[in-house]
Design a protein around this ligand. Sequence first.
Ligand code: FES
Ligand SMILES: [Fe+2]
Length: 403
Amino acid sequence: MDAATVQRFLDGMKYEAERTAPPDGFPRLPDIPAGRYVDPAFLALERQHLWRRSWLYACHLDELPTPGSFLLLRKTGSPILVVRGKDDVVRAFYNTCRHRGGPVVRSDKGCVQGFVCGYHGWSYSLDGKLLNLRDKRDFVGLEATERSLNQIRCERFYNWIFINEDPQAEPLLEHFAPFAEYFRQFQPEEWRLVAQESREVQCNIKVLLDAFLEVYHLKSIHQNTVDRFLDHRGTTIALYRRGHSLMVTPNRRPDWVDPGTVGMRRIETATAISARNNASFNFFPNLVVPVDPSGCPFLLFWPLSDTTMRIECHWFAPDWGGGPPADLWKVRIANFDRILDEDLQFAGAIQESVMSRGFTGIPLNYQERRIYHWHTELDRRIGAERIPETLRVPPVLDAHVEN
Ligand code: FES
Ligand SMILES: [Fe+2]
């Protein structure tokens, strides 16, 4: 992040704290139609055009420590295998044997020399090539070279690995620009996986994700936690193309340091934006990173059904030799979980409302505009022409989006 951008955010926080109304020319945001949270036809479009065609977080390189290490992911319906090859390249394949669809791995993680389908024994190399098949003499005209495991896109943002089922997707680093540049200040190659946890939540994925795109709720549900150290009235927001956004919220006291981070290594090259304030990134669609120079969670939001979801927290931190002291992390993660509990407390009740006739749409305010921006990108991905007019979100924020 260059000095001019840092200054722009610092100035932005001052401006936001002092303003008495949204900036001149900020549009009235049309209500987000209620049906976008419940209409089965809309949610089917979302599955097809968003989840099957987005760059989605798979894992950190630490989870694939040696050649042959693999993980089996089932985040969006398709069974996908991520594996580190003999050449140390990480690849992703459907866990779908090219004979009759048997699984070529059956555990969620492990380390193998190659893959053998449990159904009739076809075997594949770590880079997906079909090596052997039983009773080859009985297949007429079958070319092994045409029956490699079907591969999907798999690319790296530093040591974080992302996958995409869309063969036409733009390269990952192009897609996540300018975040790749912003993250350089944190020396991300140094970061290691510390801990992982996840919870099932009884609501549509957007009900909870929306809560992580704004700080309007701090004074109510985080009154005794986050609101004590963050001042939501100074929050400044940048909206980027492709649905991404960044929200920076000032600490109430400029010299405030999260007590949970004391004793942890901090990356000294981090700019004042995240070293002295709270910076939270949304990598569209479903990754939220409230980054801190001493480490942070990657928050992932996954749909389970139209009315249920899973939130995962993958904690990362700069390596300090012997590894992060476990007791410090235990306290820090427990503190975070308390805040997460506050965020989750209304999820089920809101879902109940959303499914009732009492919920007719969402009037968003200026400081909730990241939610509107997210929905606008969803329409762009689906293609507005495929969406019934009553469920569309007009792109009224385009003039407020930067590259
Ligand atoms: S389905 Fe895999 S070998 Fe038959
Ligand atoms: Fe919250």
